[in-house]
Write a protein that binds this ligand. Structure first.
Ligand code: NCD
Length: 300
């Protein structure tokens, strides 16, 4: 794998391999502390970020690599002077051994990869894909459930503009007998293209109108924030809020995930509940990103 731009690049084998490597990095971090020795990674973020950018940066440093970074690339790089993304990439590849990039265009990582001679890692592309997020989601599910086949997963919140969900659906589609329950306000319903994708890949899709349409023994509740920065107008607040009472209506084996940042959709009274795994998810993100970097660039 040269570039890392879509969840579609994964299958059962390479996903298992990546997660086994992640597990080994968690267990034996010192074994990997020089994996990126002598390497420099560019970190270019054209959109805001806390977890993705800082966990990538921490991952690079923990692997013994160095980084050069622009956190406000939209205004602080030459993009603000009209430089094309492809020109920017052609420059960065002369300075670094890989480029981690978040960009507002859906096709940005494909465009970057089309000219790059160093690996491009997609750290979020508009409302298109966010494959490293989906990987850390899947890693957290594997840690807690131990398997993927047969899982029942409820997706909630902004299913229209969010980019974590499309990548997650693609990774889940690798497995057999997956059922997706979707609960959102009408304005944030899952776009038709993802319903078609699920049909094609033999996933069962159930559109829900209330929490009671989601089975009590659902394995995963995956909530997301309304992506207010991606549309004009006001569709109001989230209607389907998960608080302790709502969570307690589900089985004690149901886990609650969220890519974060959360806004109103998950209330803080669930934070200490052992089934609320979103903070764990964020830590897992750093280890999964270490595994991705080690695989693409590392001496192992
Ligand atoms: C997500 C993103 O940027 O798409 N955040 C993240 O990377 N953890 C989700 C979001 O912003 O709502």
């Amino acid at each position: 794998m040269k570039h890392f731009i879509s969840a579609d690049q994964f299958n059962r084998e390479n996903l298992d391999e990546l997660f086994d490597l992640t597990q080994d990095i968690v267990a034996n971090p010192s074994k990997y502390s020089k994996s990126l020795e002598g390497k420099i990674v560019s970190v270019m973020f054209f959109e805001p970020s806390t977890r993705t950018r800082l966990s990538f940066e921490s991952a690079i440093l923990r692997l013994g690599g160095k980084l050069i970074a622009t956190e406000n690339a939209k205004t602080a790089s030459s993009a603000s002077k009209g430089e094309s993304l492809t020109d920017t990439i052609r420059i960065l590849q002369g300075y670094s051994d890989a480029i981690v990039m978040r960009h507002f265009d859906v096709d940005s990582s494909k465009v970057a990869a089309s000219v790059a001679n160093v690996p491009i890692i997609n750290a979020g592309a508009g409302s298109g894909e966010h494959p490293t997020q989906a990987l850390l989601d899947m890693y957290t599910i594997r840690e807690s459930k131990g398997h993927f086949d047969g899982l029942k997963v409820a997706i909630l919140g902004d299913l229209k503009y969010g980019r974590a969900i499309p990548s997650l659906l693609k990774l889940l589609s690798i497995y057999d007998n997956i059922t997706i329950y979707a609960l959102s306000k009408e304005a944030f319903s899952l776009p038709e293209e993802y319903i078609e994708l699920m049909n094609k890949r033999n996933m069962k899709y159930v559109k829900c109108n209330s929490f009671s349409d989601i089975p009590k023994d659902v394995d995963v509740l995956y909530h997301t924030r309304i992506q207010r920065e991606r549309f004009e107008g006001d569709f109001g607040k989230e209607e389907f809020i998960i608080n302790e009472e709502v969570l307690n209506n589900f089985s004690e084996n149901t886990i609650l995930l969220h890519p974060l940042p959360r806004t109103e959709e998950i209330s803080s009274d669930v934070d200490n509940n052992k089934r609320a795994l979103f903070f764990k998810q964020a830590v897992n993100g750093m280890y999964v990103r270490m595994a991705i970097l080690a695989k693409l660039l590392g001496k192992m």
